[in-house]
Write a protein that binds this ligand. Structure first.
Ligand code: SAH
Length: 401
């Protein structure tokens, strides 16, 4: 095994094994979700509002001064407080009025699973009964939250579990920011979430306004205080929306390439028929990168499909002239597809080939594999193994809130 620090030996030693019952741990079925009817509630939802929205609300609806908006912003995103009664820097009559006309919703955790490696996977139940997931990943120097942007996904990538259930709806800003606010309350030792990755369920560029506006709000120093350098959006690579993102936001970009020829990429990612590799690479080379930033190219390694060294040489050529680093993601096996994780020797050979071109390459650590929280495992776990029916295989979740 290589001693290169960029190669994660822990990952290579511990492949996720769906046969071990990872998918039996959850009790929820998410594939093909149907929303339920929601009771009418006329109160204004403050969760998800920006500083400007809250100032406008304070003046136009609450009939107070704009600074009340800033106070509310600090309570919601800074102190993570949603109970108006606790907000004692506002007078009792103001609080009473707030309670009558507004609400600050929290996401309800339907399930919380803790991995042996410290990773926590949340299954949130939204107000219409639909469910999405987030994954909190503690590391020595950072606390990363992987969030969802949509219920389901319309992109139809053949290897992806989320894609199997199709698309149901976009998340709104209260649900996008709500994942951060609510996950933060579970962080050990009151550590603050330092990094956000939009790599959960959905295609974030198809919910562009809500995603960009939520990430702007997340950067406010009076609230969550996240740096744009610590927020990364992962996309399949929709060219017009990529261009809009480049103009409107400074957050980091990660792109799911996963193939080095159009034939290969189209076979696993239908979007490639619309925007092919050459068009995508050209768009990435045009993408406005603030100084020192790089695009992350995500490349899933699928056994015997795109894991040959010839693919690595082609990838290196595609990336010539692009400010990019590569994140290799050995496929996380799951019971919903026939794709398989590559052999360890092929992962190493692929990585070494890329590095021989001087390309910064990291193989992504498989975190939370024992609770089906690793990349591509979100959104499909079922009580029963779909291919191999096992009686009584569903263990209770480790923690259910
Ligand atoms: N729609 C966005 C973000 C969601 S997927 C995108 O396409 O980038 C986040 C990453 O996980 C993508 O690179 C996706 O291709 C990858 N992924 C999906 N299924 C996977 C699996 N089973 N194993 C490893 N990575 C997977």
């Amino acid at each position: 095994m290589s001693t290169d620090p960029a190669i994660d030996t822990e990952l290579l030693d511990t492949p996720a094994d769906p046969a071990q019952g990872d998918y039996a741990a959850g009790a929820m079925v998410q594939i093909g979700q149907v929303p339920k009817a929601v009771a009418k509630d006329d109160r204004v939802e403050l969760m998800g509002m920006s500083m400007e929205d809250l100032r406008t609300f304070a003046v136009d609806v609450l009939e107070e001064k704009p600074f009340r908006g800033k106070q509310l912003f600090k309570w919601i995103y800074g102190k993570l407080e949603t109970d108006f009664d606790v907000m004692t820097d506002m007078s009792k009559p103001v609080r009473a009025k707030l309670k009558a006309i507004a609400k600050i919703s929290r996401l309800a955790p339907a399930e919380v699973h803790r991995s042996t490696d410290g990773t926590i996977k949340f299954l949130w139940e939204l107000r219409d009964g639909l469910k999405v997931e987030s994954v909190l990943i503690p590391e020595v120097k950072r606390l990363t939250l992987c969030i969802s942007s949509q219920v389901g996904c319309a992109m139809g990538c053949d290897f992806c579990v989320t894609a199997k259930g199709g698309f149901t709806r976009n998340l709104d800003k209260s649900e996008i920011l709500g994942q951060i606010v609510q996950a933060q309350t579970y962080a050990a030792d009151e550590r603050r979430i330092s990094n956000i990755v939009l790599m959960g369920m959905g295609e974030p560029l198809l919910n562009l306004d809500n995603v960009i506006e939520s990430m702007e709000t997340a950067q406010e120093s009076d609230g969550l205080g996240l740096s744009h350098r610590k927020i990364t959006l992962s996309t399949i690579g929709l060219i017009p929306q990529l261009e809009e993102l480049g103009k409107r936001s400074r957050i980091n970009l990660a792109v799911s390439l996963h193939g080095t020829t159009n034939e290969n990429r189209s076979a696993i990612m239908p979007i490639n028929d619309k925007y092919d590799i050459e068009q995508l690479v050209a768009a990435l080379k045009r993408f406005p990168l603030p100084t020192r930033k790089m695009i992350t190219i995500e490349y899933i390694l699928l056994r015997d499909i795109n894991d040959d060294v010839a693919d690595a040489h082609r990838l290196a050529k595609l990336l010539r002239g692009m400010k990019a680093k590569v994140n290799l993601i050995p496929y996380n096996d799951n019971p919903f597809t026939e794709y398989r994780r590559p052999r360890d020797k092929d992962i190493l050979a692929y990585q070494e080939t890329l590095m021989s071109y001087g390309i910064h390459t990291v193989t992504r650590l498989n975190r939370g594999g024992d609770i089906a929280a690793a990349c591509g495992q979100l959104g499909g776990y079922k009580q029963q193994h779909p291919r191999k029916r096992t009686k009584g295989a569903s263990a209770p979740p480790e923690e259910t809130a």
